[in-house]
Each structure stands twice: as C-alpha cells, then as structure tokens.
Design a protein around this ligand. Structure first.
Ligand code: ADP
Length: 469
C-alpha cells in the first residue's frame, strides 16, 4: 500500500488536541492510515550568515505518524504567512477585497516559501507515496514539486471557499495561482458552489472545457475536481460528550443557567465569522422580543487568531465595544446579556458547553464549511436537542438544511430566526435534529478523507509529470 504524505502550513502534534478545522481533520485521517506529515514547525528561525539553506528538516515519530517540520525566517513568515496567505488569499477567498493588501513582496515571499517546501519535501519522498496538500497557503506547491521532477500522485484540498471569478480576478497573480492548480491530479473543494465558481473561473479566464465526467481541460492537461465536504468524527465527539470533563461541564452550565436559556457562539476571532453582526442580531432579539431580557444569555467564545494581522486587531476592538454596549444598555444586577470570552476552551469541555446550550449561533459571513455547526449537532441530547441557527453562507448550509438558515447581514431576519429557535416545540427540534444527525454521520471525517483519497487513487496517471505553472 502506498504511504500517505500530508502537507499543510502547520504541523500539529497528533497526540495533542488541536483547535482549527484543518488540524482536527488531518489528525483524524492520518491516525487511521499512518504516514508522514510535513509542514512548518510554527517556529521562527534565527537568521545567521550561513543559514541560506533554511536549516534542516526536523523529524519526529508520534505513533504511526512521522512529523517532518521546518522553521521559517522572520522575513518568510511576514511575507508568506501574514502577507500573502492571510493578508491576500484569506480575505479575497472570503469575499473581503476591502481587507486585502496586494503587495508584490508578499507574492514573492509566497512563491519563495512554496519552493522551499518543495525543496525540503522532495528528498523525503518515496516513488509510490501519495501526496495530499492542504489549503490556501500551498496552492502552487505541486507545480513547484513537478518542476523539480516529482511524478507522484498529488491531490489538493482547499478548506476555504472559492469566490466568484470576478472577485478571484482581483488578485494580481490570479492567473498564475489558478493555473498552478492544474499541476495536481485531483483538486477537492468544500461545496458544490466552490466547484462551480472554480469551473466558471477557468472557463472564462483560461478557456477551459468542462468534460462529460466533470473534469476540466485547460493548459494542455485534464484536472479532476470535486466537492468533498469535510466532516467531524461523530463517534469521537459523542464519546467526548459522555466523558467526565464533558459531563462535568454540562452539569455546571446547566446549574448555572437553570432559569435561563443559553445561546452559544464558538469561533476563532475572525472577520469571516460575522461576530459583530451576531451581537447586533442578539441585541435586536432583546429589543424586539423583550421576554428574552433577563432570561437569555449569549456566551460568545472567540479564540485569539492571527493577532499580527491588522484587521484582526480592529475586530477585537469592535467586539469589546459592542459587547460592552449591549451589557451596559440591557444588563441588570443579576443578568448580563452577553458573556464574551476571548480565549480558547479546552476541546474536552466543548461538548458539554454545546449540550447545555438551547441555541447555537453559527453565522459566518462566509465560511468554507464550519465544523462548529457539526460538533454542536453531535453533542446534543437526541431526546431534547438544542437548535442550530446557521448562516446560508457557510459551506455546511449545503447539507444541513434542517437547521434554521439565516442571512447574517439581515439583522432582523436573524433575530427572528433566533426567536423561532428559542420557542420551537420539542417535536420539531427532535425531528430536525435526527435529520441533521444522520447527515453529519453520513458525511463524517472518515467519509471525507477516504472519499478524497479513493478519488485521488483513480484520478488517472498524469500525462506529463514535468509540468510547472
Ligand atoms: P476554522 O477552521 O475557520 O477555525 P471551523 O469551524 O471549521 O473553523 O473549525 C474550528 C475548529 O476549532 C472546531 O473544531 C472548533 O471546535 C475549534 N474551535 C474554534 N474556536 C474555538 C475556541 N474558542 N475554543 C476551542 N476550540 C475552538
């Protein structure tokens, strides 16, 4: 059997809990098969005059997974990670052209680090390895590997959404970037909408032809594309919910909120998650449905994220001020409307928190998938489940139709949906939850990784291993 090689920007210790959709899912799939996980160590390398080679690859075995990591220089980190990946690609792919900073130095750093990854990974590869590259940080990695003679089977999965062609075209290097995807054997996206946007882009910008089997023909090669919506490990998550920490958390929260209804948001503090809009909608709920004053509490947990990127700092200030205002305007001596916590919650406690909540607010302005939505469903008591209010702009909305779908830009509409969730009958909640549960079981993380890898296996031998974008 071929060895699986996973490549992602960051490598996380598979033995430790991870926060972030990608790390959680990659960990699950690698633990099944074993293999090699290559990426950045998360450390910045000291610059020394003889460090032009960027240092050695550090190898470490954790169970059946071998971790291979490299450090980055401060300059590479600034240009590749902060500058291009999170200052250009992340905002543009989430439709936020206003937050993108198009600087040619960033693009150069992005290409440099992708070449560095290829250079360091290549000597570790065996001829029959299957390589699976993840996410927007590493779009041109296969093209760099091909240019160095790598003929292995290589798949790519994009965890973030694909914007419509005209938004993509705002990236000065869009042609190079999208063309470099054709160095892969298979490219997977989160949703059908993403596949459609990508196909429309290559049709209009590169004259691509859409073949009858769904693959795309352009730049003299044929690329398989498909939607592989990422899921969670449902059994592992329900087990967590029933473990001691999960149960303790549930009992503590239930006691604390025995006379109140709990609404919950769990996110990274990111502008794509629609957090200010969510607080506005909650405020609107209190204004329009005053019976919730004194009885409904929103707990918003927002883990610190990408604090070196300016837009994230602005968001933090905005959230501090919005939560302060609503508490000042509506709070009572014995009740505060919003509990805003700018921290990570231990993963083992999350299921208990989800289970104690009447309503989850998962209302991103744009999101590739959103795993919090699925975790919330998995953690519920099927006999008395909480209700999910879900943004129609999350990839998860393509499958989770029995949630209450909202447009997070529509403050009143969202407030109305929250009220509906709070007052929904037990029968309706049970029925909707059962349907949602069967959907997240069907499309779980094992389905995602084995489906992608099986498709990669059958993606057909490359016509030309020596392609470079
Ligand atoms: P993203 O990958 O954009 O962060 P997802 O919703 O797909 O969004 O995945 C987030 C993952 O990180 C989930 O597994 C969730 O449980 C975890 N997570 C997010 N925020 C927190 C938090 N504040 N504390 C603990 N875990 C978190």
């Amino acid at each position: 059997m071929s060895r699986l090689v996973i490549v992602s920007n960051r490598v996380a210790d598979p033995g430790k809990a991870a926060a972030g959709g990608l790390a959680v899912a990659v960990k699950e799939s690698l633990q099944q098969t074993g293999g090699l996980w290559f990426g950045w160590s998360g450390k910045i390398r000291e610059e020394t005059p003889d460090s032009a080679d960027h240092g050695d690859v550090k190898l470490e075995a954790v169970g059946n997974v071998q971790l291979a990591t490299i450090d980055l220089s401060q300059q590479d980190y600034d240009a590749y990670y902060l500058g291009y990946a999170n200052g250009v690609l992340w905002p543009v792919f989430h439709y936020r052209l206003d937050l993108a900073n198009f600087d040619v130095q960033f693009a150069a750093g992005y290409r440099r680090v992708n070449r560095l990854f290829a250079h360091k990974l290549l000597p570790l590869l065996r001829p029959d390895d299957v390589i699976w590259i993840h996410d927007y940080h590493l779009i041109p990695l296969a093209a760099e590997l091909r240019a160095m003679g790598c003929g292995n089977r290589i798949g790519f999965f994009l965890h973030v959404p694909v914007p419509p062609p005209l938004i993509m075209a705002a990236i000065p290097e869009h042609e190079w970037l999208m063309r470099s995807l054709f160095a892969y054997d298979l490219v997977g996206f989160q949703s059908e909408a993403d596949v459609t946007h990508f196909a429309r882009y290559v049709e209009s910008e590169a004259g691509a032809e859409c073949l009858s089997d769904g693959s795309l023909r352009a730049f003299n090669r044929t690329l398989r594309v498909g939607a592989y919506p990422i899921g969670i490990d449902v059994d592992e998550f329900t087990k967590l919910a029933n473990a001691r920490d999960g149960v303790d958390m549930f009992l503590r929260m239930r006691e604390e909120y025995s006379r109140r209804r709990l609404l919950l948001g769990v996110d990274r503090l990111d502008y794509s998650k629609g957090l200010p809009q969510r607080v506005h909608a909650f405020r609107e709920l209190l204004a329009t449905y005053p019976e919730n004053r004194g009885s409904a509490t929103l707990i918003q947990i927002a883990s610190p994220s990408r604090e070196d990127v300016g837009a994230y700092d602005d968001l933090r200030r905005q959230m501090d001020s919005l939560c302060g205002e609503i508490n000042g305007d509506y709070g009572e001596l014995d009740w505060m409307p919003v509990r805003y916590i700018h921290r990570n919650v231990a993963r083992k406690r999350l299921p208990g928190l989800y289970r104690a909540s009447r309503v989850a607010l998962v209302t991103p302005l744009r999101d590739g998938m959103n795993l919090v939505a699925k975790e919330f469903i998995a953690a519920q008591d099927p006999a008395d489940p909480g209700m999910l209010v879900l943004s129609r702009f999350a990839g998860a909305a393509e499958h989770l139709k029995e949630a209450l779908l909202v447009n997070p830009y529509d403050t009143q509409g969202t407030a109305h949906a929250i009220q509906r969730a709070l007052t929904m009958s037990l029968d309706e909640r049970v029925n909707r939850h059962a349907a949602l549960m069967s959907r997240i079981r069907q499309f779980d993380v094992h389905w995602w990784s084995s489906g992608f890898l099986a498709a990669l296996e059958h993606a057909g031998l490359r016509e030309d291993a020596g392609c470079a974008a």
